[in-house]
Ligand binder design. Structure first.
Ligand SMILES: Nc1ncnc2c1ncn2[C@@H]1O[C@H](COP(=O)(O)OP(=O)(O)OP(=O)(O)O)[C@@H](O)[C@H]1O
Length: 976
């Protein structure tokens, strides 16, 4: 674009020059304009030179002429030094470097190309930058061209003046210009490559004519048109020709100039090339690198990216592989574990199965063991039944609520064994174990107690006679066991209620096969008088006991009340309890001084065979067995105590007698034994409940009680039998009747004839006779028929048939019997004449055995045998108590010798006194005068069961040897 301007500008200047020449030539023809223009031009030149001289003074070592010719003016400015200096003066720094001319250069000589171009060019560039009218550098080289140089200098002058006047901002030069050239676009600063500029000027681009060129063309057109319009037609071709020639010259000049400049510039370029090239090369290198970087960067980034991605991918792949490997391993482990688990499961299953089988086996074994145990128990019971032993259960009462819990006398309770802590005051301190069929501790419940005796109770329904009696000192819990506490609850119901309830239950279960009728009697024996506790008329009628009743009802006059539910029983018991004689004692407010007996009669009829069986059960709550201090009780109480002792003594006698297999058992010694007759023998099952208090102060009584109970436990009564009247019995009965009739006939016919030997058949019958029992067929009333609130119906159940002696039907255990016999002292084995006994029993007379004992040769003084009593009395103890040795303590009671036991337990021997004079119709107790000192106390019955000592105890005062009692007295003892 700059080159285009330069070219157009040159063309314009040429045209202008040519036109000026033509003008001047044409003016030569007589025009007045030429001298005025020349003059004007000179004035301007002078002005310019004057301003230059004024501004710089000296230029290049010589004074610049004040009024120079055009040639001088041109030559003076040709080096460009004056111009550059002037410009730097006006506008300091506009030309940074002014090349000074050598001194030897002559005026008009050609300057070196470098100087020529450098100063002029820099000047022109600076002028153009300021915006002043410029000129061509070539104007300096030829004449007639100074007008533009002058214009430029005067413009610079104006600019200087404007600046001096403080002008700021862009300078506007126009008003000083006399033609339109001043409106040309300013020169561009020449670069240091003049060659390139020249070349570009020679090859202007026609494609993109710029605004400047158009402007120049318009100026030229206007100039040419104004010039032509002033000329004649014939002058125009010459003008055109001269213009063209001038243009041709100009072109040739410039070409040669360009060539020169090219040559000189090539040198400069080659000089600067090293650094330049290096820079260029480095730049090129940089550019290349940059290009390469640019070219390469995407790929590198991509590559990097790819590499990164690849590496990441590789890593991921590695991780993936690793994980896959892990997964594989885990799978493998899982598989192994699963397999292991399966194996284990299988193994466990097998084990479980094995275990199950084993457990089953064990369970079976356990069941078997349990069964065996049960069987053993049953067998044991069966053996007991067969042996006919009395079963003895022991129960320990707990300490009463509110009672100071001292050390219990019961040291230990194990299955069947109770160990009593024996304090020193009863001899040598130690432990004494006692063995029973069962021992219940203080925590035993009523239910537990009953469950153990349930089979016994149930056997009533099978036709057995059962006797359960509670024995123990006052307050030891007899009534609690048999009836329950005062305030009854379902749990605290005693044996009486539970037994009946169980019978109801069982009878109901068996109702399809057997029809049962259950009825109850409730009796009391108080002061040896039998009273009906179910009597509602308030009368205390003395009732008779008849043991000849074939139906098992021994007190036919007493109310027999049928019961069918527990409610009935409770109602009955309430009435019975109310009627029971209860009086308070020092030991127990509610202590009963009488024996109470609930008798349950059961009749069962087999619905298929029609066989009838009957059973009875006596549930006896005995009166307290403790020794009674005479000083404490007197009068009625003493009498009560004596009666109680008598009846308990008689009970001991019966048991003792039964144990000795005596042909005669003194049932009739007391109302109690009389009442229980059919339940205390070979045909019955007997259970004695011995009760023990835990208090230390009662240990003496407890030991006595337990001794007694242990001795009872060893008694063998014989096997129990069922009271069943079956067809065989009937047949036998008929045979007996026939035989009797036959005998009678024979007796009538041949009275002196000797009694024939009974045929074998008879022998069989007589043996079987023992099995024969009277059939009990009570016509049981219903509760609806009972009088008053209870409505018990009194029935006369006395039968005509004589009661067969159960004693005769006892099964004798010969071995044991013999064994016992051998161990019993000869005197104790002596029995009282049966007839005498019977007479005595029939009369119902009783003798205070204790009193009798004291009459008996002073053998056993009470003072000797009741150390406790002695201490209670504060009496002097004139005997030595044989203490319980360790050896004795260790052994069971049954192993103790009779003498030891007797000695230790202060044995008394009860001797019934036989009196032939007594009649049963009017029994009167015959008082016997004691031979010895007055007895100060009544005593426990326990000694009555203990055999007499085989030898005299040490330190006894008795000098006479022990012998069988005289005068019909006998000493009963439980033989070993
Ligand atoms: N096993 C027991 N558990 C809880 N309390 C009992 C137990 N045995 C007895 N008792 C209580 O002890 C007290 C005396 O008992 P119980 O009246 O039965 O004695 P007992 O031997 O019948 O006396 P008695 O000879 O004077 O009739 C009562 O208050 C009773 O409730």
């Amino acid at each position: 674009m700059a080159e285009m301007n330069d070219l157009s500008f040159s063309v314009a200047s040429i045209v202008e020059d040519v036109l000026q020449q033509h003008s001047s030539r044409s003016s030569d023809a007589g025009s007045l304009l030429v001298p005025r223009r020349v003059e004007e031009s000179s004035l301007r030149r002078y002005e310019a030179a004057g301003w230059l001289r004024e501004t710089i003074g000296v230029s290049g070592g010589r004074d610049f002429p004040a009024e120079p010719s055009e040639e001088d003016f041109r030559l003076g400015l040709r080096s460009g030094i004056v111009l550059c200096n002037v410009l730097n003066k006006v506008n300091p720094g506009s030309v940074s470097k002014v090349v000074e001319a050598p001194d030897d250069v002559a005026d008009g000589a050609a300057l070196c190309a470098f100087q020529y171009f450098e100063n002029i060019r820099n000047f022109l560039v600076a002028i153009e930058e300021i915006g002043l009218p410029s000129f061509e550098a070539s104007d300096m080289e030829k004449g007639g061209k100074s007008i533009r140089i002058v214009n430029c200098i005067l413009a610079l002058k104006s600019y200087s003046e404007w600046k001096l006047k403080g002008g700021t901002g862009p300078f506007r030069y126009g008003s000083n210009m006399k033609n339109n050239f001043g409106s040309r676009k300013p020169f561009l600063r020449k670069s240091s490559e003049p060659f390139m500029s020249s070349m570009s000027r020679t090859h202007p681009s026609n494609d993109q004519p710029d605004v400047g060129q158009e402007g120049d063309s318009r100026s030229i057109n206007a100039l040419v048109r104004s010039f032509i319009s002033e000329r004649k037609h014939e002058d125009i071709p010459s003008v055109v020709e001269s213009v063209l020639l001038k243009v041709m010259e100009e072109v040739q000049q410039r070409l040669s100039l360009h060539n020169e400049m090219m040559k000189s510039s090539s040198k400069l370029i080659s000089e600067d090339d090293s650094s330049y090239e290096t820079v260029v090369q480095s730049q090129q290198c940089d550019v290349r690198q940059q290009e390469e970087a640019e070219e390469n960067s995407p790929s590198q980034v991509e590559e990097e990216k790819i590499q990164r991605i690849n590496s990441e991918h590789d890593e991921e792949q590695a991780i993936l592989l690793n994980q896959q490997k892990h997964i594989q391993e885990l799978k493998q482990t899982l598989y192994t574990t699963k397999t292991g688990m399966k194996l284990l499961q299988k193994k466990y299953q097998e084990d479980f199965l094995h275990l199950g089988t084993h457990l089953n086996g064990l369970a079976y074994a356990a069941t078997g063991y349990k069964r065996v145990l049960e069987e053993n128990r049953k067998l044991y019971n069966l053996v007991q039944d067969l042996k006919g032993n009395i079963r003895v259960y022991c129960r320990v009462r707990p300490f009463m609520p509110g009672q100071p819990t001292s050390l219990s006398t019961v040291e230990n309770i194990e299955e069947g064994t109770i160990t009593i802590r024996v304090p020193s005051k009863y001899g040598k301190e130690g432990h004494k174990p006692f063995m029973f069929n069962k021992v219940f501790g203080p925590s035993a419940t009523q239910e537990e107690v009953f469950s153990d005796m349930q089979p016994l109770v149930r056997s009533v329904l099978d036709g057995y006679n059962v006797c359960i009696f509670a024995y123990g000192q006052t307050g030891s819990g007899k009534t609690f066991t048999m009836s329950g506490p005062k305030q009854l609850t379902e749990e605290s119901l005693g044996v009486n209620y539970r037994a009946l309830a169980d019978l109801f239950l069982l009878s109901d279960q068996r109702k399809d096969t057997t029809s049962y009728e259950i009825s109850v009697q409730m009796l009391e024996i108080y002061n040896e008088q039998v009273r009906d506790l179910l009597a509602t008329d308030g009368q205390t009628k003395r009732l008779e006991i008849r043991n000849n009743s074939h139906n098992g009802i021994n007190v036919p006059e007493a109310n027999l009340v049928p019961v069918s539910s527990t409610a009935d029983v409770i109602q009955l018991m309430d009435v019975g309890q109310m009627n029971r004689a209860v009086s308070s004692t020092a030991m127990n407010d509610r202590s009963s001084r009488s024996h109470s007996c609930v008798t349950v009669h059961v009749q069962g009829r087999d619905l298929t065979s029609g066989a009838i069986l009957h059973g009875s059960m006596h549930l006896v709550d005995l009166a307290g067995s403790e020794r009674v201090d005479k000083s404490e009780v007197t009068g009625d109480r003493l009498k009560e105590a004596q009666h109680i002792n008598k009846s308990l003594s008689a009970l001991g006698d019966v048991i003792s007698s039964l144990s000795q297999k005596n042909s005669h058992v003194p049932y009739r010694n007391s109302k109690l034994t009389q009442l229980l007759q059919d339940s205390l023998g070979g045909s019955a099952k007997t259970l004695m409940f011995v009760h023990v208090s835990p208090e230390a102060e009662t240990v003496g009584e407890s030991i006595s009680t337990l001794k007694f109970a242990e001795r009872v436990a060893s008694v063998e009564l014989g096997a129990a039998r069922v009271n069943k009247d079956n067809s065989e019995v009937k047949e036998l009965k008929e045979q007996i009747a026939n035989l009797k009739m036959a005998l009678a006939r024979k007796d009538n016919g041949n009275g002196s004839e000797a009694q024939p030997t009974p045929p074998p058949q008879n022998q069989r019958i007589s043996r079987r006779r023992s099995l024969e029992t009277p059939v009990f067929r009570p016509k049981l009333p219903t509760m609806a028929n009972a009088p008053s609130n209870l409505k018990p119906q009194v029935m006369d159940l006395s039968g005509p048939e004589a009661f067969s002696d159960t004693a005769s039907s006892r099964r004798h255990s010969l071995d044991l019997h013999e064994l016992m016999k051998s161990s019993i002292p000869s005197w104790s084995r002596q029995t009282v004449d049966t007839k005498e006994e019977d007479r005595e029993f029939k009369s119902g007379e009783w003798i205070d055995k204790h009193t009798e004992l004291n009459q008996d040769d002073n053998l056993l003084s009470p003072d000797k045998f009741y150390p406790l009593q002695q201490s209670l009395n504060g009496g002097k103890q004139d005997f030595e108590v044989q203490s319980i040795t360790d050896n004795e303590s260790d052994g069971v009671a049954s192993d103790c010798s009779d003498s030891d036991l007797m000695w230790r337990l202060n044995v008394q021997v009860n001797v019934p006194r036989v009196s032939n004079k007594q009649s049963s119709a009017n029994p009167k107790p015959k008082k016997v005068k004691p031979k010895t000192t007055k007895v100060s106390e009544t005593r426990s019955l326990i000694p009555s069961l203990i055999p007499a000592p085989s030898k005299r105890p040490p330190n006894t005062v008795t000098s006479q040897p022990q012998r069988p009692t005289r005068d019909g007295r006998r000493r009963l003892s439980l033989g070993k």
